[in-house]
Ligand binder design. Sequence first.
Ligand code: SF4
Length: 62
Amino acid sequence: MIGTQSGTQRTRPEAKCPLRPHEVCNLCQMNVTGPHDCGLVYLVMSDPDLRAEWGERRHVSR
Ligand code: SF4
């Protein structure tokens, strides 16, 4: 059968937190299921000043 892998179990990749690039999303915000519906990520990414500051911090931490 096409598309099946007998004997193996596929796992979903863990989503990384966009605000903490080295960490997996730990659902720290209420009522979220991941970064895709995280209000904090949306808030930071939709605010030009916060987004610029986040970019600078991310660049410095590398
Ligand atoms: S809930 Fe949002 S802020 Fe918290 S770890 Fe996940 S993506 Fe990051």
